[in-house]
Design a protein around this ligand. Sequence first.
Ligand SMILES: [Zn+2]
Ligand SMILES: [Zn+2]
Length: 196
Amino acid sequence: MKIDLTQFCATIDTRKHLFAPFRLNGFIYATDGAIAIRVPDDGSNVANCESGLEKIERFFQMPENILFQQIPILNIPLKCAECSGSGFVNYEHVDCDECDGEGEFQHGSHDYDCKECNGSGEYRSVTLGAKNECDKCDGSGNVSIQPVAIGNTFLNRKYLVKMNNLPNCTVATNGKIERSFFKFDGGSGVIMPCRG
Ligand SMILES: [Zn+2]
Ligand SMILES: [Zn+2]
């Protein structure tokens, strides 16, 4: 079974190198900064690891005698209130004309919030029937951060769903602050605890 690594890459991040899988010392990695997964290098057409990101190897070093367990059955996800669970909204964010999207004005040595946009720098332009991806949930329709108690930590539900789709995935938790480890047929991964 070929694992789709791109589902573990970042979609919104300032670090562009997290947007696609990459190759390093016999493995192909994918990460979004909160979860990372690796599979043996099968010669796939991916970029080489960017310099500075090699430290990812260290994160995969597991403590000894760590216990792997099944992922618990997940409850129904909480729906995103912003889009009522649809993943779409009928507005777009548009820069405020009054303050050119700055949200504030400078006058002498003082800053003043723009009254037009209440200092946000933008307003919502509604188009009836429009289907724009909801920012709050990245279009998933579910609350983005849903901590699930597992072992001695909390992991974010959206990652557990992806892990569950990996063949025979089991997880070894490692406390509330430390990363947890997971393994599956054909690879392994690490995941940071969820700060809800
Ligand atoms: Zn404004
Ligand atoms: Zn939403």
